[in-house]
Design a protein around this ligand. Structure first.
Ligand code: F6R
Length: 248
């Protein structure tokens, strides 16, 4: 792995255009390998991607019937079926709108006993043979999944404490900070880096500074997204605003 490798950076006309390009790549992968393993994020960033995948399913008969998916992370301490859980959001935005088979969809359980759930989740990913294509968003603090600043390059699937800024960012949608979980289960940085292909989406002015740090700042745990620069098949799909802080 070459830490100095320059990743492919694509600046698209809009977030929708970027997501259409990534959806086409995912469709090509699934045509070539219907049982491929996708690594998926939640959040605002991938919403246009999931809309486009649903459209491809409905209008162009893209099938996910054999596709396997692993979500990056899930809050801990929410009851099953909680509308704030990533499981419910994924169900609404993608899984229930396509032909994903429930047994092929993997997300940590938000109401589980944490440590056994970590072992179960890591075991399921290993049994699936790892991730073929990992889609990522980036937190404004540089987190990928819930690998908050301070996470090691070698970190694995585990229970994490959410950073104060991550909880504060989620507070409005939870109706106040007091309702935001304090812990989550996340794939580790090392698990993410083992994906054969990594595609990062970042849109809007609010992401410009962290995109710049990720690509042009020091590589290290202060910005976990910077570790991605060591990956051999990495592309960033940005809009002009998110690319606005790059020097080159
Ligand atoms: C979510 C996740 C996070 C988000 C990041 C960006 O599963 O892993 O790392 O990708 O917090 O969130 P948005 O897209 O809401 O800006």
């Amino acid at each position: 792995m070459n830490a100095a490798l320059t990743p492919g950076i694509e600046v698209h006309a809009s977030r929708e255009a970027a997501c259409r390009a990534l959806a086409r790549e995912i469709a090509a992968l699934l045509h070539a390998k219907p049982g491929a393993v996708l690594g998926l994020p939640t959040g605002n960033t991938p919403e246009p991607l999931y809309r486009e995948l649903v459209r491809l399913h409905r209008e162009e008969r893209l099938s996910f019937a054999r596709t396997r998916s692993f979500n990056l992370d899930e809050y801990l301490g929410l009851p099953a079926g909680d509308p704030h859980s990533f499981r419910v959001r994924m169900q609404q935005q993608l899984f229930a709108e396509t032909d994903f088979a429930p047994q092929n969809v993997h997300i940590p359980h938000s109401d589980a006993d944490a440590e056994p759930e970590v072992r179960r989740y890591a075991g399921s990913l290993a049994a699936a043979g790892g991730i073929d294509l990992q889609v990522l968003g980036i937190g404004r603090n540089g987190h990928i999944g819930f690998n908050e600043p301070g996470s090691a390059r070698e970190s694995r699937t585990r229970v994490v404490a959410l950073a104060p800024e991550t909880r504060a960012g989620a507070a409005p949608s939870f109706g106040g900070l007091a309702h935001v979980p304090e812990r989550a289960i996340t794939l580790g940085v090392a698990d993410i880096l083992e994906a054969r292909t990594i595609r990062v989406l970042a849109f809007g002015k609010a992401k410009a500074e962290i995109v710049q740090r990720m690509l042009e700042g020091p590589i290290g745990p202060a910005c976990p997204a910077s570790f991605l620069r060591g990956h051999g098949d990495l592309r960033l799909l940005l809009d002009a605003e998110a690319a606005g802080g790059l020097r080159r």
